[in-house]
Design a protein around this ligand. Sequence first.
Ligand code: AVJ
Length: 337
Amino acid sequence: MAPINYLNSNHTLTLSTTFPPPSIKESPFATDVREGLSAVPKSLSSKYFYDDAGSRIFQQIMELPEYYPTRAEMEILTRQPADIAAALPYRKPFNIIELGAGDGLKTKELLKYLVGQQADFTYMPIDISGEAMQQLEGKLAETLPGLKVKTLVGDYFEVLNNLDSDGRPNLYLFLGGNIGNYEKDGAINLLRMIRNVMQADGRLLTGFDLRKNPRIIQEAYDDAAGVTRAFNLNLLTRMNRELGADFFLDQFDFYSFYNPRNGEVRSMLVSLSEQDVYFKSLNQSVHFQKNELIHTELSKKYTLTEIDALAAESGFVVERNFFDSQHYFTDSLWQCD
Ligand code: AVJ
């Protein structure tokens, strides 16, 4: 932001011509885009994939033949709810607090089992989308009428720090392999934040996508039908709509690659020409070199050794891993160290 030149050489007051004036607060999306696209290398956070259109595209990704993680975790929660329940130390009322619950489809399998066992618990899903939480609440009232539900809307850092769990033990769920989107420091920060609100009798069940044949992973993030490409290009459509940008979608390519040496899938957009993109609501242009990249996503694949180390670094120990039959994915049950 240019400094406000409030006094010129004639000692007359001059107002800034910056528009919008710096005092008008821009949206978090606008700030992150401005910062991400002026950084070297350029990047955008994968959390911005999930506007309404992007959430629908993600639903399509989960149905792709190449995209195995959702089916793998679904298998764990469908086939092993009894083992997961038996591994929990709770013989009195407890809460299940889910971070980033989304449509809650996978969690429903675990909830269904526990309700059938007449377990005494309250399900507390947290999500940033109020609409998603309303839908989930309605769906659960219909399909699991015996379930006690208390939806919490907001950023999970804030919600977790202001949560009243009635002195009951809490099982925290962070499913779907969302942890894979965090760089190491970010993952440790998030896990330590959970650790800090957790009591000795708390447990954490986190989903990790595991290392496997590199081709399987490569194809899951570069599907033949181009749905993952559309998922990434939707970020440009979102900036056009929400920030008045003038991206031409045919001037960008999608590229992703898996590095089996470190378990990282990196996704990106590639500028196909030297070009300037104007953002009306930022009153700013962004310059792209030909072949310049915008990093959009990390999807980290873990080894069991890395999971142990991550738990230790965030104040936990791995109590047990629940695997699907192909060992593609684990829901890892952690307790405080
Ligand atoms: C929702 C973060 C688990 O990284 O596998 C799917 C998102 N990105 N295809 C993942 C995603 C590209 C997904 N997570």
